[in-house]
Design a protein around this ligand. Structure first.
Ligand code: HEC
Ligand code: HEC
Ligand code: HEC
Ligand code: HEC
Length: 199
């Protein structure tokens, strides 16, 4: 274990004792690291306060909903977070959008939140049951098949073979269902269109 990593864990242990119990990502955070059954701070009884410091470049306002809760931990302390694997600085992909421009992305509806919002949860399912690399919704073979992940929402940008594969999406949100959903097969993006039938 590197020195930096070790002192990070020590810092975790002091500022956030729950996280010190085990080594791996959200396993160490535990259910109660994100959910508090005593105080209702967010829409899904969250244990950490929402990030009110980091501003959404689209709205010039703080982020809302679950994105603000993720950012309560995953932003630098200057940006209102706890400094755990901060996303500010190196995350250039949009998130925290009230709606999605359908010309830019075709997001499967089950990955959007109330009213069509696109949150961190569009790409990640953060529950400890998610076995995939970086809690992504799709198996990217430990990050080596990232194109298949991008193709879930940008099928027309992907090469034909990748776009034709229908990805299996991970979800932990339905206790009556399975952990995986079969995404609707993306439209065969680059395939030539059949000529329109004459009416
Ligand atoms: C990293 C933070 C995080 C951890 C750790 C976590 N959760 Fe969650 N949980 C969330 C978020 C975010 C949502 C909302 C997810 C969504 O809207 O898709 C949620 C939603 C839920 C829901 C609500 C489902 C619904 O239908 O509304 C339950 C129940 C739940 N979590 C239980 C658990 C349990 C049990 C654990 C521990 C095994 C756990 N969570 C660990 C972040 C977390
Ligand atoms: C209570 C604090 C906390 C909250 C809230 C939280 N996380 Fe985390 N998360 C952590 C910690 C701690 C780690 C491990 C960091 C490390 O090892 O560098 C982590 C790691 C991760 C990782 C990397 C996993 C890996 O395998 O390397 C992802 C992805 C992630 N979190 C996404 C999210 C998302 C999305 C949300 C909001 C739904 C969220 N987290 C909310 C504390 C949190
Ligand atoms: C467009 C999809 C997408 C969105 C939206 C997204 N992420 Fe990620 N995230 C990724 C991908 C892909 C990776 C893995 C990058 C890699 O390691 O190659 C990642 C990695 C991470 C990591 C691990 C970073 C590390 O150092 O290992 C964390 C933590 C994380 N995301 C949290 C978040 C949070 C919090 C949000 C919302 C504020 C968010 N993500 C929104 C796709 C996304
Ligand atoms: C779960 C859906 C989803 C996934 C997966 C996804 N994106 Fe996106 N992407 C979006 C959304 C939503 C937008 C913003 C649409 C809008 O502006 O309304 C977007 C926008 C973009 C943009 C335009 C950015 C800008 O500033 O306008 C690029 C470039 C992009 N994505 C690249 C990628 C790449 C590369 C990957 C894979 C690593 C990826 N996306 C994975 C949903 C996704």
């Amino acid at each position: 274990m590197s020195l930096a990593r070790r002192s990070f864990l020590v810092a975790l242990a002091t500022t956030f004792p729950l996280a010190a119990l085990a080594a791996g990502a959200h396993d160490s955070v535990g259910c109660s690291g994100c959910h508090s059954i005593h105080t209702a701070k967010g829409e899904i009884i969250f244990a950490v306060p929402q990030n009110k410091t980091m501003l959404n470049p689209k709205t010039k306002q703080p982020y809302t909903g679950t994105t603000a809760l993720c950012l309560g931990c995953h932003a630098d302390s200057k940006e209102g977070g706890q400094g755990y694997a901060p996303v500010n600085g190196h995350m250039s992909h949009p998130f925290g959008l009230a709606s999605v421009n359908p010309k830019i992305a075709k997001v499967p509806p089950e990955l959007l939140r109330e009213g069509g919002r696109f949150e961190c949860l569009g790409c990640h399912d953060p529950h400890p049951s998610n076995p995939y690399y970086k809690y992504l919704r799709v198996d990217t073979a430990k990050g080596s098949k990232m194109d298949a992940f991008c193709a879930v929402c940008h099928p027309i940008k992907a090469d034909v073979a990748t776009a034709k594969e229908s990805a299996v999406l991970f979800t932990s949100m339905d206790e009556t269902g399975d952990r995986v959903l079969k995404a609707p097969a993306p439209a065969p993006a680059a395939a030539p269109k059949a000529p329109a039938k004459k009416k």
